[in-house]
Design a protein around this ligand. Sequence first.
Ligand code: MF3
Ligand code: CO
Ligand code: CO
Length: 275
Amino acid sequence: MGIAIKSAEDIEKMRIAGRLAAEVLDFIAPHVRPGVSTGELDRLCHEYMTGVQGTIPAPLGYCPPGYRPYPKSICTSVNNQVCHGIPGDKVLKRGDIVNIDITTIKDGYHGDTSRMFHVGEPSIAARRLSEITFECMWLGILEVRPGATLGDIGHAIQRHAEGHGYSVVREFCGHGIGKRFHEEPQVLHYGKPGSLAELKAGMIFTIEPMINAGRREIRELADGWTIVTKDHSLSAQWEHTVLVTESGYEVLTLSSGAPALPASLSSAARQSAAA
Ligand code: MF3
Ligand code: CO
Ligand code: CO
């Protein structure tokens, strides 16, 4: 099949779907507080998407081969949960960290983005893990340009994570996205520079590293979806949907509340560090 090159019309619609997904995260941010349940966060996001935005929550009923239908509209992965946490009765408490992952469908196109949230004051260890994971995502994004490879993205992420003593989850990866939620290619968050497929302008995929404070091994819970770290260590994830442009990249899942590229990773800072 190969990796799709999106048309100008596809790209315009992906910009809209992407921005809407990011705006759901902006909307939910002030609700992420001690005492709220993950089920309540799901309910609020569902109402906002369907009632205010006119978007469809892509996770609801999503059923890849070998899975049972996903029962909720968002994913909420708390502390040692790596990804695909199912919202429910779990009440967030001070010091928890939670990844909220939103995928909207608008006009047939998908936007997919996630952020980490701290509930009250995080521990120093939790804040650090979340920050380094955010930098990992951005270091991957900064590799994106025509002629670079998927291996360049994975390598940049792995190097930063492991350089800080963390581990990269291998079983889940970023993915092409468009009219379908998950398309080719798989975007691994580890790898070798120059390996795997070459990027071309018009490709759209997510970069969504899952980084563990401890060992990389994971386990699936009996609900058939929730992934946790085997050693119970904390895990963090950030996700953007990214377009390969003629000159580099365009992040499609930005919004006013999306934290910006860290100044320490700007090209000037990276060049002086390399010198
Ligand atoms: N949003 C996730 C991703 O980034 C996929 C979630 S699938 C679900 O690829 F069914 F759990 F929602
Ligand atoms: Co994704
Ligand atoms: Co996602």
